[in-house]
Design a protein around this ligand. Structure first.
Ligand code: ADP
Ligand code: MG
Length: 683
């Protein structure tokens, strides 16, 4: 196959020697193909523009006649600012060059020059990064800009790619199946590579991009779908033969009828449990949509099939609350539920571990400590995690490998945008509770400036006087010199003064020990504290139905999904609840975010918006692993291509042709290389 030619070392390119090869290695370019696939991350547009057509802040190139002697100013030793007036068509504008003082001697009155840079429409100024003398030759148009390192320059990369094209261009073969190329009218690989490196016009770029975006997504989704298929086929999951009659009795005992959405997801979960593949299902449902009872039903079903169950949550407080709810639901039916966290120690711990191994405990609830080595179940059938959406793919895999292939259900109240649901969680099945129990009151949300604090506090006083409680959320714990954000400790002391002798004000933050946190939380839960000042540690799952008001300081600092999570701590009882966002965002995006919070209570809408405004990397917070990186594609903007690729990948993986026809050889090879097929026999 000719394609092997491209797998040769770049030193085979005439004009690239050992030394250059070493430098290119730093950019992870080793083969001819690596070089050809080293795509530009943007293009400099040297086509002359009409200033009336250019938006504020856009980059552009214009040609004009110098109208003034250049003036040069120095700041310190190295910094300088050079300005000159330029007549562009009928416009007199200013051009500014920073730290390019050497251009001063080149700029003389009535000379024609071209400048490239950023257009400030309001100041009629171009901050120029480049200048060329003389009238445009119209030869150059779109110049690719590559990310470079060390001694490699952008010009250097351009030249190397040109050399590689010249020598190996004809060896570039198609790697995508022809039928997909035809179906979507994509340019072939050789043309697309040429167009992405040497575009003649915008159309070239668009076509090349279209192909690479689809290609990247297709390869990625093939891996996801293959993983999903093999996990299903190979997993020796347990067939949980639950007792339908007992289950019905349990359902009848619930204090409320299930919503239609709850019924649907319960059926999806039960179908997984009784099948022989291992369940790996993501259950999404907004705060308050009633996931706990779904978990209880699944655990109950598993119990009637003769298995133990585990519920794993990220914090001790949450573990305790879940233990309480599950006990009240399940113990009347004779199921023994126990709580295991790191604070359960000594004799008690030993006892629990023994009973668990002996099969005397039916449901174990706890932090992730409960799937660690010392914990042995007698017959674990179902593991449920709650609020563990920050798990990466790797951690999910580890969890599935614990125990004797238990079914696993991941519950999350952070609605995951469609895009991420099919990328980050692409190998899982997804169930969604998209309906709230009847009669839920919408949390009234207001956006206010800090000047209104007095009014907000008198409103709070009114709520407290009705016997309700309130949360006050701050982004930081202590005062920080750099950041002028309200901090929990300060706010706590001033509120203590404000509510002196009338209401108790508590303080909660991440630096408290686990015991202290628990004590504060319990005191709030028991209404011994009426106002709880806290950092975001209350974000997850905490349930105090008597709290009807939340004030969030510096709300612009939080993501929409996080604000929504926080807000979900109120509105859990039958009373009308309120959420006040104290924010003074400077940017348009910031204002838009506050505005949308006041307009919707729908976590799914917010999550989509959050992703759009902040990008996938930020969505889960900084540490999130598992968000795939694409070279050309953008998960948010290219969502439709992503969805198309996913559908195509799913269909391909299921079809016999895919595994046999030479047309799909490249795609199969990519799966092989990725290790997805490891241990898999391909007949
Ligand atoms: P989340 O999905 O946030 O975990 P919970 O499971 O804590 O929500 O449920 C929130 C509240 O709604 C609980 O008090 C629960 O008893 C109640 N609830 C759950 N399902 C229903 C239903 N179908 N009808 C009425 N109330 C329900
Ligand atoms: Mg919950």
């Amino acid at each position: 196959m000719n394609d092997k030619v491209l797998k040769q070392s770049i030193t085979q390119v005439k004009g690239i020697g050992e030394e250059t090869a070493q430098v290119l290695a730093e950019l992870n370019i080793y083969t001819v193909e690596d070089l050809l696939e080293y795509y530009p991350f943007r293009y400099e547009d040297y086509r002359l523009r009409d200033l009336t057509q250019v938006a504020h802040d856009e980059r552009l190139t214009v040609e004009g006649i110098v109208q003034s002697e250049p003036s040069l100013m120095y700041f310190g030793r190295k910094k300088s600012k050079l300005t000159v007036k330029l007549l562009v068509g009928n416009f007199l504008i200013q051009v500014t060059f920073f730290n390019q003082s050497y251009l001063k001697n080149k700029l003389s009155l009535n000379e024609t020059i071209q400048v490239t840079g950023k257009w400030d429409m309001h100041r009629r100024t171009i901050t120029a990064s480049e200048m060329k003398m003389g009238p445009s030759q119209q030869k150059e148009s779109l110049s690719p800009i590559y990310s470079v390192k060390g001694s490699v320059t952008v010009k250097g990369i351009r030249r190397f790619i040109q050399l590689a094209f010249h020598q190996f261009g004809e060896h570039i073969e198609e790697t995508m199946p022809q039928n997909l190329i035809n179906k979507y009218r994509l340019p072939n690989r050789r043309d697309a590579l040429r167009m992405i490196h040497f575009p003649q016009n915008d159309q070239d770029l668009k076509q090349a991009r279209r192909r690479f975006v689809y290609e990247e997504f297709l390869y990625f989704q093939l891996k996801m779908q293959a993983l999903r298929k093999f996990e299903r086929e190979q997993s020796q999951g347990i067939i949980q033969k639950y007792d339908l009659e007992k289950l019905q009795t349990f359902l009848d005992s619930l204090p409320f009828p299930l919503t239609n959405a709850q019924k649907r997801v319960v059926n999806e979960i039960l179908a997984d449990m009784k099948s022989n593949y291992r369940m790996s299902r993501l259950l999404q449902g907004d705060v308050g949509s009633g996931k706990t009872v779904v978990a209880a039903i699944a655990l109950f079903a598993s119990h009637t099939a003769g298995y133990q169950g585990a519920l794993m949550v990220p914090t001790e407080i949450l573990a305790e609350q879940h233990a309480e709810s599950l006990k009240s639901l399940l113990e009347p039916f004779g199921l023994k539920c126990e709580l295991l966290t790191s604070s359960v120690k000594g004799k008690r711990r030993k006892e629990i571990l023994e009973q668990l191994q002996a099969g005397e405990i039916d449901i174990l609830i706890g932090t992730h400590a409960l799937i660690q080595d010392e914990v042995h179940f007698q017959k674990l059938g179902l593991v449920i995690t709650d609020e563990q959406h920050r798990f990466g793919v790797g951690q999910r895999k580890i969890l599935r490998e614990k125990g004797e292939n238990p079914d696993v259900l991941f519950m999350t109240a952070t609605p995951i945008p469609r895009t991420l649901a099919i990328t980050v969680f692409g190998e899982m099945d997804v169930s969604i509770i998209d309906e709230m129990p009847a009669g839920r009151k919408i949390i009234e949300t207001y956006w206010a400036k800090k000047e209104m604090l007095d009014r907000i506090l008198s409103f709070m006083e009114k709520e407290l006087s009705k016997g309700r409680q309130a949360y006050v959320i701050c982004p930081l714990i202590e005062e920080s010199e750099k950041l002028d954000f309200q901090n929990a400790i300060d706010v706590h002391s001033s509120l203590q003064v404000y509510f002196q002798n009338r209401y108790e004000v508590g303080l909660m933050h991440g630096r408290l020990g686990a015991d202290e946190k628990d004590n504060v939380m319990k005191a709030f839960s028991n209404n011994e504290i009426q106002v709880l000042v806290s950092t975001t540690v209350v974000e997850v799952g905490v349930n105090v139905p008597n709290a009807t008001m939340m004030v969030i300081y510096d709300a612009e600092r939080f993501g929409l999904s996080q604000l929504h999570q926080l807000r979900g701590r109120v509105g859990r009882g039958s009373e009308q609840s309120y959420c006040i966002l104290l924010a003074d965002p400077k940017s348009e995006v910031g204002k838009e975010r506050m505005q949308i919070m006041t307009e919707t209570n729908d976590g799914f809408v917010l999550s989509e918006k959050d992703l759009e405004l902040r990008g996938p990397g930020d969505f889960f917070g900084k540490k999130q692993s598992g968000v795939p990186e694409f070279k050309v594609a953008d998960m948010v903007h290219d969502y439709r291509a992503l969805e198309t690729a996913r559908n195509d990948a799913t269909a391909l993986i299921q079809s016999a042709v895919f595994w046999e026809s030479p047309e799909y050889e490249h795609l199969r090879e990519s799966l092989q290389e990725s290790g997805v097929l490891e241990g898999e026999k391909l007949d």
